[in-house]
Design a protein around this ligand. Structure first.
Ligand code: SD4
Length: 290
């Protein structure tokens, strides 16, 4: 039974797209990549820290991180601090499919993308009016912007393959070269064909210290439901850092039956499509506070 899930309300069109492709028998990876690209390439959704229209780094350059992981062993590809490409997940997919490496960053990632036929765009084309104005305001006040979105998608196809992907322009006005949790396996995403997959969103500089997505997979492997596993990981991290220091973290997960769940330290919305009734639900997850 095919299923799809995505982080935040703005994932709705991507989840719908994955659903329409998956029910026709398309593969999880292709469906996810196509759905991701539509959001990445839309400057309106850049304000959610994704692709074109995402906030630039402190030098004004839009630098993106993206990763894709299939459930099968060693099927992982990622890019980090990549600029000039509005669909970074497609480059991550090429890293997975075509290179002998798993993670390429900065200029090397750009050179690889060029070799694979991607057109490198001028930075000004990656900016929107919204992100340009926000950057000017940042330059004036040196005040940083809060908010930690990331588009995370999970797709399970009718053939039983599971794929997870994430894409983000990262922390607004970040230090050039800063890499968040998203392109790091186990941190921003993880998939295991025997268990399921998970994706994270939030404050990447903190998230990466806890490998929450790998932890969710381990707990699901022990028999916990996706929801129980996400909640347990959130609880564990909150306990470790202390409630008063808990940072923004949202996690979504899916098991191989297509069951989904989430947990979050803040109010969090996620979107779910299931083949059973061919419908999309937008679910609101209240902050877990233990
Ligand atoms: C990251 N989790 O790079 C991503 C996106 C984000 O503030 O929330 N940035 O940390």
């Amino acid at each position: 039974m095919a299923a799809a899930v995505g982080t935040w309300a703005f994932s709705m069109p991507a989840v719908r797209k994955m659903g329409s492709l998956l029910k026709k028998g398309a593969g999880a990876t292709d469906s996810l990549q196509e759905a991701m690209a539509e959001i990445e390439n839309n400057e309106e959704t850049g304000q959610y820290l994704v692709g074109r229209g995402g906030y630039p780094n402190k030098d004004g350059l839009v630098q993106c991180d993206a990763a894709i992981m299939e459930g099968l062993p060693s099927r992982f590809g990622a890019v980090a601090a990549l600029h000039g490409i509005a669909t970074p997940l497609a480059v991550a997919r090429k890293v997975m499919d075509k290179s002998s490496h798993s993670l390429l960053v900065g200029k090397g990632a750009m050179a690889f993308a060029k070799e694979e036929g991607f057109v490198i765009e001028e930075n000004e084309h990656m900016l929107s009016k919204h992100s340009t104005d926000a950057y000017q305001e940042y330059l004036g006040k040196k005040a940083s912007l809060h908010g930690h979105d990331t588009l995370g998608l999970i797709a399970l196809d009718v053939h039983g393959n599971i794929t997870v992907g994430v894409s983000t322009s990262g922390s607004p006005f970040k230090y050039p070269g800063r890499v968040g949790d998203s392109p790091l396996p186990g941190c921003g995403l993880y998939a295991d064909y025997q268990v399921g997959a998970a994706a994270a969103t939030g404050e990447g500089d903190k998230i990466m210290c806890f490998c929450p997505c790998f932890h969710v997979i381990l707990l699901m492997k022990q028999g916990l439901s996706p929801k129980e596993a996400c909640e347990s990981v959130l609880k564990h991290i909150t306990y470790q850092v202390g409630l008063e220091n808990m940072f923004e973290l949202g996690i979504i997960a899916m098991n191989m039956k297509g069951e989904t769940g989430a947990a979050s330290s803040v109010q969090f919305t996620y979107c779910v499509w299931s083949q059973e009734n061919d419908s999309i639900e937008q679910l609101i997850q209240s902050p877990s506070q233990q």
